[in-house]
Design a protein around this ligand. Structure first.
Ligand SMILES: [Zn+2]
Length: 380
């Protein structure tokens, strides 16, 4: 039965959420552009404070600032809900000049609109509606908006894990899957660098005195790719290689960058151990392996499935079907799920083109997402 405190999506929600979204998109925030990220964060912090959220600014030198927010619940002794998102985008500064925020037909476009400024706009709109109607979630709310998710969350990971610890659930406002489904599983991610070292020699005069680092690396590229197990969801991609100093020199050094993805912690351990154990194939060559697992997999646990079920029921009470799926891309939800905290990801609006020039959100989904998140906060 639907909760009488939860109104159906109202006609006023779209223009309000859209205006918030425009403000966020028009403050560009490429990862590592400290000045721009700080300007966006200051605007968001101001909006949060105006909505009675207690905001703590966690400076992250070189990246900007992570915003931590707290809002009391009606029952302060309850374990809190963590609302998680990021402010940074993959789009370089000045993208906006060529591709400004705009509404075309059924969608809004602009750099970072989908991943994930629309998620932040939804969050702000929900908090504003709760305040306007005097509705208070039972559980205290923690909010964390980071500034380095797109570059691996190096400066925010400890804070993410700290705030997720003891939480009843983590709700991640990253984009939904195509069609609007939530994400209950994400692959984990590892990054490795292979460095092969040989010995340089003149390619014409005395090539026999050289040891080709490129030949060594060629063996390793095939060896590392052979570790993939697609049926288990494990993929290995050698995405970049380089090496050598000139066409007429036996190459003394060569390198490769490897991206690995896995669906389970067991596969992560198997891959990590196998990659670290790679041995040189060419006599006299050496091989150095650096890197490791960057994000653990977000596995679909029973608790995550139950959390999804709550969201599905909330959506049904609002008159729409919330689907469920998984993705090969990682998010900060991977860290919280790996702690064993039920994590539901992809609660941001439907759209497409993440990280691409046609990135967009579907206008019709904005009010629905606002209603869904609001209902979920009141239901949990
Ligand atoms: Zn994102």
């Amino acid at each position: 039965m639907s909760d009488p405190r939860i109104p159906l999506p109202s006609a006023a929600t779209l223009p309000s959420a859209l205006a918030r979204l425009q403000r966020l998109v028009e403050l560009e925030s490429p990862s590592g552009d400290e000045r721009r990220v700080l300007a966006l964060a200051a605007t968001i912090a101001q909006e949060l404070r105006a909505l009675a959220v207690e905001v703590t600014e966690r400076r992250a030198p070189g990246w900007g600032v992570h915003l931590e927010g707290r809002l009391p619940g009606a029952e302060p002794q309850q374990s809190p809900l963590l609302l998680l998102g990021h402010m940074d985008t993959v789009f370089p500064a000045e993208t906006l000049a060529a591709r400004p925020f705009r509404v075309e037909q059924d969608r809004a476009l602009g750099p970072g609109v989908f991943d994930m400024k629309a998620g932040i706009a939804v969050l702000l709109e929900v908090l504003a509606q709760l305040r306007a109607t005097g509705a208070q979630p039972r559980r205290p709310l923690r909010i964390l908006l980071t500034c380095d998710e797109e570059v691996g969350s190096g400066s925010s990971r400890a804070l993410i894990e700290e705030l997720a610890g003891g939480a009843r659930a983590v709700l991640v406002l990253e984009p939904s899957l195509p069609g609007g489904a939530a994400k209950t599983a994400r692959k984990g991610v590892g990054d490795y660098r292979l460095l092969a070292t040989g010995r340089a020699a003149h390619a014409g005069v005395e090539p026999e005195k050289g040891i080709s680092a490129i030949t060594e690396l060629a063996h390793q590229v095939l060896a590392v790719q052979a570790l993939a197990a697609p049926a288990l969801g494990t993929t290995v991609t050698v995405g970049m290689i380089g090496g050598g100093s000139a066409p007429n020199v036996v190459p003394a050094a060569a390198w490769a960058e490897v991206d690995v993805r896995f669906s389970t912690a067991a596969e992560a351990a198997r891959l990590d151990s196998a990659i670290r154990s790679l041995a040189p194939a060419v006599a006299g060559a050496t091989l150095e392996v650096t890197g490791g697992v960057n994000r653990p997999p977000m596995e679909r646990t029973a608790a995550t499935a139950a959390l999804y079920q709550s969201a599905r029921e909330a959506a049904a009470s609002l008159g729409f079907e919330l689907g469920e799926g998984s993705t090969g891309g990682g998010s900060d939800g991977n860290f919280t799920a790996a702690l064993g905290v039920p994590t539901l990801d992809g609660l941001g609006p439907d759209g497409g083109g993440a990280h691409a020039l046609h990135e967009h959100v579907l206008l019709a989904d904005l009010p629905r997402r606002v209603a869904l998140l609001r209902a979920l906060l009141l239901a949990l």
